[in-house]
Design a protein around this ligand. Structure first.
Ligand SMILES: [Fe+2]
Length: 200
């Protein structure tokens, strides 16, 4: 069976749709250059693995599998990130159902926001803050360094925030905190709820 290649997903909105929170220039570079590179890297790794099976070509399997993990996770985390956002809305809030889940897990919605921001701020170097669903349908905030380190097997990301510098440096320079604070206005809570309830 021939494996399907990974493809760069189209965004569900224009590059300018998230302004002023995220500029069109940042989105163009982020999606069209960085995400595209992860897709290309994932496909290249698959091609190398295929070549190692069908020829005498000597492949460093550990390096290829490391590259595959990095690039596939980068692709998937970005795909969720794009879908986790929509045009800015002031006082953007989750539904009552989602808010109840935050209340039960974190105490209240504001405490969830605070814990998520702390996790995002404290990612060492490049990485992600991720709200995940665990196998028992609980929720947990996690950090992922780069695209792979600290990922917990079996946990499903339902909301991802990219805190690599390429995600915010053009718009916020080194002020990661300002980027995180502004980002809540573009979170697509309907998508998060669909991911949590298994409908996306
Ligand atoms: Fe990114």
């Amino acid at each position: 069976m021939v494996r399907q290649q990974y493809t760069l997903p189209e965004l569900p909105y224009e590059y300018s749709a998230l302004e002023p929170v995220i500029s069109a220039e940042t989105m163009r570079l982020h999606h069209g250059t960085h995400h595209a590179a992860y897709v290309k890297g994932a496909n290249s790794a698959l091609e190398l693995l295929e070549r190692s099976r069908t020829s005498e070509h000597d492949v460093d399997v550990s390096a290829v599998l490391r590259s595959l993990s990095f690039n596939v996770n980068g692709h998937v985390l970005h795909d969720i990130f794009w879908k986790s956002m929509r045009a800015p809305q002031k006082r953007n809030k989750p539904s009552a159902m989602l808010e109840k889940i935050f209340d039960e897990t974190f105490g209240c919605f504001d405490d969830f926001i605070s814990e998520f921001k702390h996790a995002a701020l404290k990612v060492e170097g490049s990485g992600w803050a991720v709200l995940s669903k665990d196998p028992d349908n609980g929720i947990l905030i996690t950090q992922v360094e780069k695209h792979t380190v600290n990922h917990i097997a079996g946990y499903t990301p339902v909301l991802t925030l990219d805190v690599w510098e390429h995600a915010y440096y053009l718009d916020y320079r080194s002020d990661r905190g300002a980027y995180i604070d502004a980002w809540w206005d573009v979170v697509n809570w309907d998508f998060v709820e669909q991911r949590l309830t298994g409908n996306s």
